[in-house]
Design a protein around this ligand. Sequence first.
Ligand code: MSK
Length: 682
Amino acid sequence: MTTEEVKKKAAAGAKKEKKAVNAKDLTVDPATVEMIERSRELGIETIFDRAQTMKPCNIGLQGICCKNCAQGPCRLPMPKGGIEGEDTRKGLCGATPETIASRNFARMVAAGAAAHSDHGRGVAETFLAAARKETEDYKIKDTKKLLEIAPDYGVDITVEGEDGEKLARDMDEIAVELGETALAQWGQQQGEVITVKRAPAPRYELWKKLGVIPRGIDRETVEIMHRTHMGVDQDYENMTDQCTRASLADGWGGSMIATDLQDVMFGCPYPVKSSANLGVLKEDHVNIIIHGHEPLLSEMIVQASELPELLALAKEKGANGIQLSGICCTANEILIRHGVPLAGNYLQQELAIVTGAVDAMVVDVQCIMENVANVADCFHTKIITTNPRAKIASGNTIHIEFDEHTAFNDAKKIVKEAIENFTKRETEVMIPDYSSDLIAGFSYEAINYHLGGTFRGSYAPLNDNIINGRIRGVAGVVGCNNARATHDEAHITIVKELIKHDVIVLTTGCNAITCAKVGLLTPESAKVFCGAGLAEVCETVGIPPVLHMGSCVDNSRILMAATEVVKAGGLGNDISDLPAAGSAPEWMSEKAISIGQYFVASGVYTVFGVTLPVSGAPVFEDHLYNKLEGIYGGMWDLEADPIKHAHKMIAHIDKKRKALGIDKSRERVLMDMAARQKLEAA
Ligand code: MSK
């Protein structure tokens, strides 16, 4: 389509905004500003425009709209000025705001846990096929990690010899048993999801005492759907317990198993260099963007795009090569293992297509906006769906189904489609000239190695630096973008404020992509943005102050890193003792609610930005924001202002430092030069 034809087609489908909000007020990312302006010039409507024309429902925002039966929807808005005296609001069946909000919240946990865990199930199935050698395309690559994790799944890595000596067990046998045990966690009806035992012992014992250890991954999610059916669980505290079970089945179960098995199949991530933002697209190359969450297919696409025959075909079609890049968490997966550049985060998916340079956008599951199909319809771009769970009915999409048994061939077919499509570009290409260098791939194993070296890898040096106060604490900052907030602003402000106050940041998901775009994933950024203590540590060890640990399922790596810190000693006995906090500044996905709940239940103070749909049910809200601390040592909080958000986290970190008796050491480190000189002179 020519540029003029694009304008005509877009104009036919777009709603006219009265007065468009300046693009600079919608995002702090200059590449995104350029592409919003370009989309408007072409008359193409994106989420940034729709967020202005469609306002969110105020009752839904408060979490107190119940549509769980056909007698409603029952809506129980907070009266103006709040509740005075007894709260008499009730749905038709008598459901209180607490029941309604906790049911809605629980359904978000269920959806989020299901998304992560179904991803994990697919990985486990592929792993087992690889272990049984039913597929040629996947192999057990990282045998070191296989041997490290097998005991956590109760799989022996040795066998007894004739004289009773321990002999190494056959690697294939270990892999098959591991795959079978992993896959069994989904359908298990009784007992405990096996990987939950990885948590520090006091945490595990607390969960046991509270009766919240998940029995099986699928079971806990199904039980939420049952409990939230009309007329079942009408006690918000009891409902929250089930949220904990399902979310632990996600974080310490489905997500953790996904991370483990992906690492064994594709290699445990170690630091790699790459770059981020829309400027990674190349006008003279076939551009393939991989978008979604799963690395199963994208690993194959990486290999296929390097095939000499396909590179030759690209040349034949007039391209100088094939440029792969990613959006959302599939991007993170192929970045941390192969250094494939990041084209952008969640809110940039439509805009990537607006460049006119994308020959194919290959999508799998989660976080794919339906509107990519409409935007692609204005260009030559092909949207290729690949997962039977996730097809798109609108627009001109094609479906090339991915099957783990024919994965490499499927990937070749997809790359070929993109190459053939390169010749169909007609619209003027406009790629914003912005990209930043980055280092990513900090698995908890890599952090171990970086801190202590191969032979004495340990988290002890990190703990020492926390105890002596150079590092004030640790923050996990993760999650999406949200079109109701200024794109990337809260992510960047919060992370910068944390590192300025010597809090080292562990990141995943779209926060990681945002940090990458502004150069926070480079060791050099430490000197510019960090407090003196953290800057010194980063310089000595050669790491960035913000460590990119991977995709959304890799939040399990943050749990493991926290566990390693506890094990290294000196900072208490449990995750809740650590000077640590969690944050999702611009969350939007139900997965974030599941992640938030398993962080909280793991003992982490967790602050969300934007909004949380519980404000219409003050008693339930208080349970989440305050009462849970007395149960788990971690609790939810909401703070939309990014500076206040960061300082709430820092205040919590300081509270924990005080409880550990290490607050004094921090005061020493914070002395400025004048204070030091005064001390020396005394
Ligand atoms: S991709 S879940 S928008 S982080 Fe994992 Fe980004 Fe949130 Fe999707």
